[in-house]
Design a protein around this ligand. Structure first.
Ligand SMILES: [Zn+2]
Length: 93
């Protein structure tokens, strides 16, 4: 995948959450939902940067969205390997 993930770590400008970040979070949630293997009873691992999360805690998608907006992504999570993506994934799908 050569998708641009720079939005992940460009969350706030002038004290406001950027639209590009919110849009990116939506695409992240959609990606995770498209990979049910990485979900458990409708929950997904939360990749936000809160100490208790960082891909350890399982949360509802709506909660993950809230966490990401308030905490941002855990550093160096450009490859969404906890949400169904592999580092060597080809472009089929
Ligand atoms: Zn979280």
């Amino acid at each position: 995948m050569d998708t641009d993930r720079s939005w992940m770590y460009t969350r706030i400008k002038d004290g406001r959450i950027l639209g590009s970040f919110e849009k990116g979070v939506d695409s992240f949630i959609a990606f995770a939902l498209a990979h049910p293997d990485c979900m458990k009873f409708g929950d997904m691992k939360c990749p936000c940067n809160a100490k208790k999360c960082q891909n350890r805690q399982w949360l509802k998608p709506a909660e993950v969205v809230q966490h990401l907006k308030s905490k941002g992504f855990v550093p160096q999570y450009e490859v969404w390997n906890h949400h169904g993506e592999t580092a060597h994934e080809t472009d089929q799908g």
